[in-house]
Design a protein around this ligand. Structure first.
Ligand SMILES: Nc1ncnc2c1ncn2[C@@H]1O[C@H](COP(=O)(O)OP(=O)(O)OP(=O)(O)O)[C@@H](O)[C@H]1O
Ligand SMILES: [Mg+2]
Length: 240
């Protein structure tokens, strides 16, 4: 098991965001966190990557109970995943290449020429050309920005990749190309992928299993195929 959430409760003040949320994510899965706006998807993701502490419950990520870690263990764990945030987050004052090189510069002692090679490799992996490496984020299309951020998330060879709304804001053809890329990455990299999404095509074509959050609880859990058999009404409502 790569991630296990057990009875997660999250409160902001007296507002209850999660009230006993449980699920598990297996190695190699592409797992979806679904739910309406404000249902707590991003918050749940932030809890998995140590940016937010659940109020109650247990979150086990890569075999570690995240509430019981020393600072050093936390820092070690942070290097084992990559994250693509909901609202991009490339540094705008440096080039795409420099953005992708950044984590390697910060966390490894590799020589610069080698870091550059690795960064180019990751850019190639996400479908960005050598020329685009020298552009600044403002010179990229939305789809290219997402790819660049993805290359940066992959540069430390993570075991888990977290993607928050990766296709939102993209035109349909870029969105479908990004879906394809996600599937390819799983195939080639032996990686587990957790995706927050409300994109119907992504849900149908990319996710192995997912949860639907609503009313602070897990309203449904499983594959689209199984949920259509057992919970068709909810699925239809949700995908409407
Ligand atoms: N740090 C915080 N302090 C207070 N309230 C917060 C905080 N973070 C999130 N919330 C609230 O928690 C709720 C869930 O937010 P979250 O961002 O997890 O939703 P979401 O499902 O990702 O929504 P969206 O689809 O719009 O991205 C929202 O009502 C939000 O205002
Ligand atoms: Mg969100």
């Amino acid at each position: 098991m790569i991630i296990e959430a057990k009875n997660i409760v999250t409160k902001f003040g007296n507002k209850i965001i999660h009230n006993g949320v449980s699920f598990h994510i297996k190695k190699g899965e592409i797992y979806g966190l679904l739910g309406g706006s404000g249902s707590g998807k991003t918050t749940l993701l932030r809890e998995m990557i140590l940016l937010q502490k659940p109020t109650q419950g247990e979150m086990i990520v890569l075999g570690k109970n995240i509430s019981k870690l020393t600072t050093q263990e936390e820092n070690e764990l942070r290097l084992r995943w990559g994250v693509l945030f909901q609202f991009g987050a490339l540094f705008t004052s440096i080039t795409v290449l420099e953005n992708v090189m950044l984590p390697l510069k910060e966390y490894t002692k590799l020589p610069d020429f080698f870091i550059e090679e690795l960064a180019f490799l990751k850019l190639q992996m996400v479908g960005l050309s050598k020329e685009s490496a020298y552009l600044y984020p403002s010179q990229l299309s939305g789809g290219m920005k997402k790819r660049a951020a993805l290359a940066r998330a992959l540069v430390l060879d993570p075991e888990v990749l977290f993607l928050d709304e990766p296709t939102s804001g993209l035109d349909p053809s870029s969105a479908r190309a990004f879906d394809k890329l996600i599937l390819q990455l799983r195939e080639f990299l032996d990686i587990t992928i957790v995706i927050v999404t409300h994109d119907k095509d992504t849900i149908a074509n990319v996710l192995d299993r997912f949860i639907i959050l609503g009313d602070s609880k897990v309203q449904a859990e499983g594959s689209l195929e199984n949920l259509k058999k057992t919970n068709l009404k909810l699925i239809e409502q949700f995908l409407e």
